[in-house]
Design a binder for this molecule. Structure first.
Ligand SMILES: O=C(O)C1=C[C@@H](OP(=O)(O)O)[C@@H](O)[C@H](O)C1
Ligand SMILES: C=C(OP(=O)(O)O)C(=O)O
Length: 449
C-alpha cells in the first residue's frame, strides 16, 4: 500500500451468533524478529507461519536492502543471512511504512555499523517518538546526522568505527527499546547490559539465544531483569514456526464474547506469559474462554481458545498488567462497553505514542457510539451497557491505526446500530486476513452503502 492510498470506509452490523474455528496469522513481534535475525545470522533460516502483513514485509525489504537473500517457496520463507557484523550499507532510505517495531529494532540493529542509514515511514510513524531508541544509541557512539524535530523520522544514523558497550536502564516499559539496545550490542565489542525494571515481551531474548547469541538474563528483587549480551559472536540460521498472534486473536475473541449465542475456537495462539494479559482480564470479567490443548511449539507455549458468548462484568485492570496486553486495550474497551458496571484501565501512558494516541482515539470512538467513558491522563474508565441497546450509529476516526479500525468493527457486531470506520486500509499492516476471517465466522462487515 502506498502512503497516500484513498481512505476505504467499512461498516459492521449487528450479527448472528459467530460459529466455527479459525487460525489467526503469525505473531507480528516474532515475525519481524524472524526476518531480522534470519537476515543477520550466517547460513539458512526457514520460517513457517510468518505474518505476511505489511509491517513485516517492510522489515523483510529492509533486510534485503542490507544484503540478506529472502524468498518464499511454498509455505516457507527461506533466508540466506549475511553473518553477524556483515550488513551492507543500504543504497536508499529504508521505508518502514506504519511499523514502530520494524523501524526501532532496525535502528538498533544497524545503528552501530560504520555506515549511513536513513529511516522513513508514513504519517503515523513519522509522528512517533524515536528519541527513546536514539538516546541509548548516542551513548554507544552513534550519530544522528539528521532527524525531524523531536527526534522523529525521517532520520539518518551514522555509526562509529567502534561502538562502546553500555549499561542501559530502560526508562519506560518498552520491548522495542530493550530490543534495540540488545541488537546494537550484537555489533559492539564486550558486554552490553540492559536493565528492565518491568518485564515486557521477551521474544528478542528467547530468539537471540536460539540463534546462538551469548545472552544471559538475571532476575533480581521485584522482578528487575538484567540482560547481558556479548557482542560480535556468531549467529547461525534457524528453523522457526511462528505461532498465531494473541493480539490479532483478541478481535475474534472479543467478538465471540459480545455477540449473543457465539461459540468459536481460535487455534494455535501464542500463550507466552508476557502476552496473555487480555485473556486473563477477559476471564476475570466472566468471559467463557477455555484454554485447550496447551502445548509447546518451537520453544513457545501455544493453545487453542474456545470462546463462548458471556455476560461480562466490569473490572479494575491494574497498571502492572499493561506490558502484557499493551496492544489489546482498544479491543478490551470494546468488551467493556457490553459489561455490567465500570471497567477501569490503569497505566496506559504508552498508549499515547502508538500508531495513534490510542487512549484518545478509543475514547472518541466510544463516545461517537453512545458509550459512557472517561479518559484520564493514563487511564480509561468505560461504563458498559449489556445487550448494547441504543449503542452504535457513529463513525470512528482511525488515524492510520489498524487496532482502532479492527476494534471498532468488532464493536459494531453487537451494538444496536451499525458502526462505521473512516478507513480500513491499515488493517493490512498486522492482519490482512481480518475481514475474510471474521466473515467466515459469521460477522456482518462490509462497505457502507
Ligand atoms: O517489541 C515488539 O514487538 C512490540 C512492542 C510493543 O511496543 P513498545 O515497545 O513500544 O511497548 C508493542 O506495542 C508492539 O506492537 C510490538
Ligand atoms: C503498536 C503496534 O505496533 P508498532 O509499534 O510495531 O507499530 C501494534 O501493532 O499495536
Amino acid at each position: 500500500m502506498t502512503h497516500d492510498a484513498e481512505p476505504r470506509p467499512a461498516v459492521a452490523r449487528r450479527s448472528q451468533s459467530l460459529k466455527g474455528a479459525a487460525r489467526v496469522p503469525g505473531d507480528k513481534s516474532i515475525s519481524h524478529r524472524s526476518f531480522m535475525f534470519g537476515g543477520l545470522a550466517s547460513g539458512e533460516t526457514r520460517i513457517t507461519g510468518l505474518l505476511e502483513g505489511e509491517d513485516v514485509m517492510r522489515t523483510g525489504a529492509a533486510m534485503k536492502a542490507m544484503g540478506a537473500r529472502i524468498e518464499k517457496k511454498g509455505d516457507e520463507w527461506i533466508i540466506q543471512g549475511v553473518g553477524n557484523g556483515c550488513l551492507l550499507e543500504p543504497q536508499a532510505p529504508l521505508d518502514f511504512g506504519n511499523a514502530g517495531t520494524g523501524s526501532r529494532l532496525t535502528m538498533g540493529l544497524v545503528g552501530t555499523y560504520d555506515m549511513e542509514t536513513t529511516f522513513i515511514g508514513d504519517a503515523s510513524l513519522s509522528g512517533r517518538p524515536m528519541g527513546r531508541v536514539l538516546e541509548p544509541l548516542r551513548q554507544m557512539g552513534v550519530q544522528v546526522i539528521d532527524a525531524a524535530p523531536g527526534d522523529r523520522m525521517p532520520l539518518t544514523l551514522r555509526g562509529p568505527k567502534h561502538a562502546a558497550p553500555i549499561t542501559y536502564r530502560v526508562p519506560m516499559a518498552s520491548a522495542q527499546v530493550k530490543s534495540a539496545v540488545l541488537l546494537a550490542g550484537l555489533n559492539t565489542p564486550g558486554v552490553t547490559t540492559v536493565i528492565e525494571p518491568v518485564m515486557t515481551r521477551d521474544h528478542t531474548e528467547k530468539m537471540l539465544k536460539g540463534f546462538g547469541a551469548n545472552l544471559n538474563v538475571e532476575t533480581g528483587e521485584q522482578g528487575v531483569r538484567h540482560i547481558f549480551i556479548e557482542g560480535q559472536g556468531k549467529l547461525s540460521g534457524q528453523t522457526i514456526a511462528v505461532p498465531g498472534d494473541p493480539s490479532s486473536a483478541g478481535f475474534p475473541l472479543v467478538a465471540a464474547l459480545i455477540v449473543p449465542g457465539s461459540d468459536i475456537t481460535i487455534e494455535n495462539v501464542l500463550m507466552n506469559p508476557t502476552r496473555t494479559g487480555l485473556l486473563l482480564t477477559l476471564q476475570e470479567m466472566g468471559g467463557d474462554i477455555e484454554v485447550l490443548n496447551p502445548r509447546n511449539a518451537g520453544g513457545e507455549d501455544v493453545a487453542d481458545l474456545r470462546v463462548r458468548a458471556s455476560d461480562l462484568k466490569g473490572v479494575k485492570v491494574p497498571a502492572s498488567r499493561a506490558p502484557s496486553m499493551i496492544d489489546e486495550y482498544p479491543v478490551l474497551a470494546v468488551a467493556a462497553a457490553f459489561a455490567e458496571g465500570e471497567t477501569l484501565m490503569q497505566g496506559l501512558e504508552e498508549l499515547r505514542v502508538k500508531e495513534s494516541d490510542r487512549l484518545a482515539a478509543v475514547a472518541r470512538g466510544l463516545e461517537a457510539n453512545g458509550i459512557d467513558c472517561t479518559e484520564g491522563e493514563a487511564t480509561l474508565a468505560v461504563r458498559g451497557r449489556p445487550g448494547g441497546k441504543g449503542l452504535g450509529g457513529g463513525t470512528v476516526k482511525t488515524h492510520l491505526d489498524h487496532r482502532i479500525a479492527m476494534s471498532f468493527l468488532v464493536l459494531g457486531l453487537a451494538t444496536e446500530k451499525p458502526v462505521t470506520i473512516d478507513d480500513a486500509n491499515m488493517i493490512v499492516t498486522s492482519f490482512p486476513e481480518f475481514m475474510g476471517l471474521m466473515e467466515t465466522l459469521g460477522a456482518d462487515i462490509g462497505q457502507p452503502v
